[in-house]
Design a binder for this molecule. Structure first.
Ligand SMILES: C[S@@+](CC[C@H](N)C(=O)[O-])C[C@H]1O[C@@H](n2cnc3c(N)ncnc32)[C@H](O)[C@@H]1O
Length: 222
């Protein structure tokens, strides 16, 4: 097994483990569900120009925290595919789908780089996940490969802050994100995407710890 594969397995096991801790269910009920309406998620999803006919890919969808906002555009039509390699997080996502009676969502339990669908997507979204992926460059290539020629991409990323006073919290945020989310805040995913795209929209938020990036496949160079 190579290092990337064992690092990926460690991340998957971390998410499987966290989701199975009984405390997670309280946390999910109290806090995660509140983030379903987060302004950051709304801002990231808006440039995808979703309509009722859109076919959208939620990369590393986790427990499905983007679904409610996406469904506010799709209105249970179109198609939403959520891919995540942690079976335990997908169980939570499945419960949400049942609770809301959404019939247009398909969940795929797979590593994104192994996903080979027969369709191309109008839009692709990836929130709080690319910084968990040791092979994020391959994942980014894959995401763009799966888009239609005019397809849109948007993400929320996590990084160290360069702003005062927030950057005083970098050490804590780095520790917390790594320990509980397998996130490497130094992965610099946005620089890589910017280097591959002729045009991107980039905005920092949450004290500079998060950023929202959007672009389209037509701007991407293979
Ligand atoms: C911090 S969670 C974010 C979940 C969700 N996108 C959200 O915004 O709430 C990161 C997710 O990425 C998933 N993940 C990490 N690497 C992956 C990969 N290579 N392929 C598929 N899923 C992956 C994990 O299982 C986890 O559910």
């Amino acid at each position: 097994m190579n290092t990337t594969q064992s690092d990926n397995d460690a991340i998957r096991l971390l998410y499987d483990k966290i989701t199975k801790i009984p405390m997670f269910w309280y946390w999910d009920a109290l806090f995660s569900r509140a983030t379903e309406n987060s302004i950051y998620r709304k801002k990231a999803i808006a440039p995808l120009n979703l309509t009722g006919n859109s076919v959208i890919l939620d990369v590393a969808c986790g427990t499905g925290l983007n679904f409610k906002i996406i469904e506010s555009y799709l209105r249970n039509s179109g198609r939403l595919v959520g891919v995540d390699f942690s079976p335990e997080t997908l169980k939570v996502a499945r419960n949400q789908i049942a609770k809301h009676k959404w019939t247009n969502i398909e969940l795929v339990n797979m590593r994104i780089t192994d996903y080979e669908p027969e369709i191309l997507f109008d839009a692709s979204l990836c929130t709080f996940a690319l910084e968990t992926m040791p092979d994020y460059k391959i994942a980014v290539e894959k995401i763009f490969h799966l888009l239609k020629p005019q397809g849109k991409f948007a993400m929320i990323g996590v990084k160290v802050s360069s702003r005062m006073p927030y950057k005083l919290g970098n050490a804590f945020m780095e520790w917390f994100s790594r320990k509980f989310g397998g996130i490497d805040m130094h992965r610099d995913v946005s620089t890589y995407i910017k280097s591959k795209c002729s045009k991107t929209n980039y905005e920092e938020c949450f004290g500079g710890f998060y950023y929202i990036l959007s672009t389209s496949k037509s701007c991407f160079t293979q």
